[in-house]
Design a protein around this ligand. Structure first.
Ligand code: IMP
Ligand code: MG
Length: 177
């Protein structure tokens, strides 16, 4: 196990717990969208979650990706930047945004504003992790994997300056600088 990395202090959610919860979320989402849904993954953090979640969903899905970011290092910059747009129209489609973590809420809030303008039939949010203690902008979360305390976490897609994404578990980063 790579938890001996001196920058990681503990495993918050292990691989088995993640996979079990992802299966439950997949069942929830399949029941909610029997006629199908477009999963919009937010690059890059949501990739691992998106792939596993999509395999746990039994209704028809399409996958699209968008890149938007408000983070530098471990703090929200407050400025949201768009780096890659969707590759299809979403008007009259059920759309579910798939995110790794909702922290201040700025990223999701900006994305909701952007995508609502394109007239989807519905627009939902599914996040693997929710850090409600740090919320600045309230956002509606329809499907949530785990609510976590105010700690900076890495693994299963989440990074610290691009490192640690490929850990199979979620770990707490030790005193990030
Ligand atoms: P928000 O706009 O503050 O809600 O930030 C959401 C984005 O910040 C997420 O998509 C992550 O990329 C990043 N983020 C927030 N908290 C963490 C964390 O604990 N670890 C890694 N990335 C995080
Ligand atoms: Mg992200």
């Amino acid at each position: 196990m790579r938890n001996f990395d001196p920058h990681l202090c503990s495993i918050l959610i292990d691989e088995k717990a993640i996979q079990n919860r992802v299966r439950e979320l997949g069942a929830e989402i399949s029941a909610q969208y029997p006629d199908g849904v477009v999963l919009v993954g937010i690059l890059t953090g949501a990739l691992y979650f998106l792939v596993d979640l999509s395999r746990a969903i039994s209704c028809p899905i399409e996958i699209d990706l968008i890149a938007i970011s408000s983070y530098v290092g471990t703090s929200s910059s407050g400025t949201v930047t768009y780096k890659k747009d969707l590759s299809r129209e979403i008007d009259d489609r059920h759309v579910l945004i798939v995110e790794d973590i909702v922290d201040t809420g700025r990223t999701i809030s900006a994305l909701l504003t952007l995508l609502k303008d394109r007239n989807p039939r519905s627009l939902g949010i599914c996040t693997l992790l929710d850090k409600p203690d740090r919320r600045i902008v309230p956002v509606p979360i329809h499907h949530c994997g785990f609510t976590i305390p105010d700690q900076f976490v890495v693994g299963y897609g989440l990074d610290y300056n691009q490192a640690y994404r490929n850990l199979p578990y979620i770990a707490v980063l030790n005193e990030p600088k």
